[in-house]
Design a protein around this ligand. Sequence first.
Ligand SMILES: CC(C)(COP(=O)(O)OP(=O)(O)OC[C@H]1O[C@@H](n2cnc3c(N)ncnc32)[C@H](O)[C@@H]1OP(=O)(O)O)[C@@H](O)C(=O)NCCC(=O)NCCS
Length: 148
Amino acid sequence: MPQKTKKSTTSSKSPQKSENLKAVLRLRVPNSEAHYGGNLVSGSKVLEFFGDVATELLIRLDGDEGLFRAYDNVEFLAPVFGGDYLEIEGEITQIGNTSRKMAFTARKVIEPEPSVAPSAAKVLKAPIVVVKATGTCVTPKELQRKPL
Ligand SMILES: CC(C)(COP(=O)(O)OP(=O)(O)OC[C@H]1O[C@@H](n2cnc3c(N)ncnc32)[C@H](O)[C@@H]1OP(=O)(O)O)[C@@H](O)C(=O)NCCC(=O)NCCS
């Protein structure tokens, strides 16, 4: 059951504006992003996508893009190749004074099948989690245009 919205000056809160706490980005990683042998895409590219999702979350919560302060954990669990379709999900898990803790998951939902034909691709029966991360963004107090 959702918690009641309550103004507070404490330094750590559970998320309360539930409609603002999740964001999803779906995209195709272009072949031009392949950086390593075998069309492999750099892991840092997925972190850039997490940054885009984080920015949306901060705009929804604070009316400001904010800044990424730190990742405390990043796991690269499966390779990403040029031509893959990804679903990038982010969620605010804790709200501090200026800090916003977040959790991210990137899933591969479609992949090319170059061994079948250069243009062949398949929808995966079950999405594959390729990267997971947790981190903290900051929206300075004076830029928070939607105070909790
Ligand atoms: C983000 C930035 C504005 C924060 O500056 P700051 O306000 O002086 O940061 P502080 O160290 O005082 O910490 C701000 C908040 O983050 C939290 N924080 C600081 N370091 C942290 C870390 N390593 N992990 C988690 N939280 C952290 C603090 O506890 C504080 O939280 P609170 O306000 O809820 O109590 C500044 O560090 C910056 O400009 N960094 C560069 C950002 C950037 O370019 N990112 C990449 C592109 S988005």
